[in-house]
Design a protein around this ligand. Structure first.
Ligand code: GAP
Length: 513
């Protein structure tokens, strides 16, 4: 088994064992691609939300946050293009009866060619050592050039066929490339069909009067339809932004890779409303700002890269993804899109209401342009969790599993651990707990040997463990243990609030952005 697969399995089992993520409806055998967050997962998720919200709303005086409803008027999805165009091309294998995204089958085929290309490069790098010039090799090596040309030709044909809605050609491409069902090897495929990803539901008591609704597939439209309400009530001039965190729902066909692609997930989206003609400058600006926000988490700059979209959606004049190196390779974590005035103009047309802004400096009315930043909360959770989860061999040869989360995001900020229950240690520890609980999320435990308790806190990422022993009763000092260095220090009880705050405050993250 590939090492990456092992890492990913460990991530999934650790998430369950330590109360971060459970399969949803597990006692009924679960529901595909739906997950529940447990006691530690909910805390971590809330902290990630806070980091995003503070960075957007608190640190930018021209960005405000809203919380719009999941149910929205169905015409919104007609205006946004989701009813007609939020589709995935699917194909069924007649033998295995399994359903696949046709474009993903072709992209996976190309990813295999790219692997071969990379292997050629790696081999050459080894062969030539320090003298290796990667750029020159890639530009001149016949085999690499051949792989690259093949890949580009396939992807360009796929993009063209999808754009023209020529699904017969997508099927033809699958057949020409002799792509087989990855599980069974069968090449017995159906035609390719379009499949809308929105979940439908009904509003109303009786079947004949009920209205068909959709569960929102993105939070962004809740921002667009409220933009004028917010602009008028906040009296912000352009440029200004509206931020929102909330659930989104997509009936994903290829729902796999744990919480990477779910059917119910959360987005953290911000629409930045700007004057026409200024959008590309703000777009570049937000690309930089959003990458810096990610980098402040300390997961390593080598784990991020931009993927600029060559083929743009009809509403965008620039778009890029921030990709992260997940346990299964680089994949999209966040999208940054310059969406022009497409959405607001469409809502003007479908609602019959004017959504124009009067610009006092230009002395004219216009529909603003929009730059959007959209990050998946669950994907960010997975990025953090999988990168921070580490198995370490200690100096004495023993092993530990540690979740080295940024301290501000850790579910529990400090564990309060009386060395033993008796001799008044538990009572003293409780006093400390009761004093600090108003400021920090704490954990109290008196059972088991202290080493075992430390290990359990390491495994959920608690930055500090505070141990109360007999000396504490005599001199009002405690031992404080650091998760990462495992160093222990004796400190006065009166210093605890300051020490925990210094270690776990959001300031530490926010000041690095
Ligand atoms: N409003 C723009 C928008 O929704 P998107 O690229 O479709 O753009 C934005 O989604 C982000 O939402 C993605 O970068 C990803 O992090 C997250 N996301 C999208 N689909 C998801 C899914 N099925 N499961 C988990 N996260 C998802």
């Amino acid at each position: 088994m590939a090492k990456q697969e092992d890492v990913f399995k460990k991530v999934i089992s650790h998430a369950k064992e330590y109360g971060f993520i459970f399969p949803s409806s597990e006692i009924y055998d679960g529901l595909s691609a739906i997950y529940d967050y447990g006691q530690n997962g909910a805390e971590l998720k809330n902290n990630i939300k806070q980091y995003w919200w503070k960075a957007m709303v608190q640190l930018n005086e021209n960005i405000v946050g809203i919380d719009s409803a999941i149910f929205m008027h169905p015409t919104i999805w007609k205006a946004s293009g989701h009813v007609d165009a939020f589709n995935d091309p699917l194909i069924d294998n007649k033998d295995s009866k399994k359903r696949f995204r046709a474009d993903v089958l072709i992209e996976d085929y190309c990813a295999k060619i790219e692997d071969k290309e990379n292997k050629e490069i790696e081999k050459a790098a080894k062969r030539f050592g320090d003298a290796f010039d990667k750029a020159e090799f890639v530009a001149t090596n016949p085999r690499v050039l051949e792989y690259r040309a093949k890949r580009e030709a396939i992807l360009s044909r796929l993009a063209k066929s999808l754009e023209k809605e020529d699904l017969a050609d997508v099927k033809a491409l699958i057949e020409e490339l002799e792509i087989a069902d990855p599980d069974t090897g069968s090449k017995n495929w159906t035609e390719v069909r379009q499949f809308n990803l929105m979940f439908g539901t009904k509003l109303g008591a009786s079947a004949d009067t009920a209205t068909d609704l959709y569960l929102r597939p993105e939070t962004a439209q809740g921002i667009f339809v409220n933009y004028l309400n917010v602009q008028k009530t906040s009296r912000h001039k352009l440029p200004f932004g509206i931020a929102q965190i909330g659930k989104a729902f997509r009936n994903e066909i290829v729902a796999r890779q744990f919480i990477f692609r779910m059917r119910e997930f959360e987005q953290m989206e911000m629409q930045y409303f700007v004057a026409p003609g200024t959008e590309l400058e703000f777009y570049e600006n937000w690309k930089t700002k959003r990458l810096n926000w990610h980098l402040a988490l300390g997961l390593g700059s080598e784990n991020y890269r931009f993927h600029d979209h060559e083929k743009l959606a009809h509403y965008a004049n620039a778009a890029a993804d921030i990709e992260f190196n997940f346990p299964f390779g680089f994949k999209e974590l966040e999208g940054i899109h310059s969406r022009t005035d497409f959405d607001l103009k469409a809502h003007e047309k479908f609602s019959g209401r004017k959504l124009q802004y009067f610009d006092p400096e230009r002395n004219e009315n216009y529909v603003p342009y929009v730059v959007e930043t959209s990050v998946g909360l669950d994907r960010l959770f997975l990025a953090l969790f999988s990168t921070c989860l580490k198995d370490e061999v200690l100096e004495d040869g023993s092993e530990r599993t540690v979740l080295s989360l940024p301290p501000a995001l850790a579910p529990v900020k400090a564990a309060i651990l009386p060395l033993m229950k008796k001799d008044g240690l538990a009572e003293y520890a409780e006093t400390i707990f009761n004093d600090l609980k108003y400021d920090f999320n704490l954990f109290y435990e008196e059972k088991d040997a202290i080493g075992k308790r430390y290990r359990r806190q390491d495994a959920i990422g608690t930055p500090l463990c505070i141990t109360i022993d007999h000396d504490s009763l005599a001199d009002n000092t405690v031992t404080i243990r650091d998760r990462d260095t495992m160093k222990q220090e004796r400190v006065p009880v009166t210093e605890l609030r300051r020490i925990i705050d210094e270690k776990t405050s959001f300031r530490n993250l926010l000041s690095k952005i």
